[in-house]
Design a protein around this ligand. Structure first.
Ligand code: SF4
Length: 305
């Protein structure tokens, strides 16, 4: 199908449900090499504390066993999820445990058998980040097998599937993606100042109390060694809430790191990644929230989800 009138990114955002999420970073390091991804910074910070390259299946199961089933599991994180050969197995396991499943993938590392297994599941979100025309991504991975997989995916009956491109679609893919399922944007986030400022400039810091427009302090990221970082912006491990191989899920939000994040969001002095994040908004009302607060659905609904 030919490309025409790609859908606005805001529509994609509004199609993504709110609520608590645990994103899974299945691998340290990524071969996709998007120029707007601060992968090198994540790898160097992560390798300084752990030599674990891939999240093990057994470790994933142990971590997941500590996570309530009303927390969605999102296969996204700081690297391409299918660079871990156990990724499909992890998705199936999380699904069987009763979690809502979200997928954000470039398809790199996925094969036809993986896709057939995935087609048997139901997803809350399934977004394919497609290759651009070479502006920000290296098209060397756009080969016959990849194109076959995109075709198989387009023909699959995954109802929630959407395609996203940052920039213009790679010329070999243009004719394959259905226009109605394509969202186009450009690199918008500096990932808390971690991206090359020539691609996305870091915003001026928010001073005083602030909120996260999408309540992403409750959309945390599991790393291959079990550590959990604050959110998808924290490539440099600035706020590590705990470790799910050791801690219970609720402990992540009752420990000193999360409490300090909350205090800083409420205006306390101290380093806070949110200050230079595009999702941060100055707090205009007198309301504030507490470190031990649970994911009250109305709170999440009221915060831009
Ligand atoms: S404001 Fe940015 S850094 Fe802070 S929790 Fe939200 S997404 Fe993460």
């Amino acid at each position: 199908m030919a490309e025409s009138d790609p859908i606005n990114l805001q529509e994609l955002r509004s199609a993504i449900p709110g609520g608590r999420v645990l994103e899974i970073t299945t691998a340290t390091g990524c071969i996709v090499g998007c120029s707007y991804c601060p992968q090198d910074k994540f790898v160097s910070r992560q390798k300084a504390v752990s030599q674990v390259k891939h999240l093990g299946l057994e470790e994933f199961r142990r971590c997941l066993g500590r996570v309530p089933t009303d927390v969605d599991i999102s296969f996204a994180g700081y690297s391409e999820p299918w660079l871990n050969p156990d990724c499909t197995e992890m998705v199936e396991h999380a699904y069987m445990c009763g979690h809502g499943i979200r997928v954000f993938t470039t398809l790199v590392g996925m094969n036809r058998r993986d896709l057939r297994r995935l087609q048997a599941l139901r997803f809350r979100v399934f977004v394919v980040h497609v290759f651009d025309d070479g502006m920000y991504m290296n098209g060397r991975l756009v080969r016959a097998k990849y194109l076959d997989l995109i075709r198989q995916l387009v023909d699959s009956d995954i109802p929630s599937i959407r395609f996203l491109v940052l920039g213009e679609v790679h010329p070999d893919i243009v004719g394959i993606i259905p226009a109605g399922a394509l969202y186009r944007t450009r690199p918008l986030s500096s990932r808390g100042g971690s991206v090359d400022p020539k691609i996305v400039e870091t915003r001026p810091p928010v001073v005083g109390a602030l909120t996260c427009a999408e309540a992403r302090q409750y959309r945390n990221v599991l790393l291959p060694n079990g550590d959990v970082t604050l959110c998808c912006m924290d490539f440099e491990r600035r706020h590590v809430l705990g470790n799910l191989l050791r801690d219970e899920y609720k402990d992540l939000f009752e420990g000193p790191v999360f409490r300090e994040v909350v205090d800083c969001m409420n205006g306390m002095d101290g380093f806070l990644l949110c200050r230079i994040c595009e999702f941060a908004e100055p707090k205009t009302s007198a309301c504030s929230f507490n470190a031990g607060e649970t994911a009250d659905p109305s709170f999440l609904e009221n915060s831009g989800q």
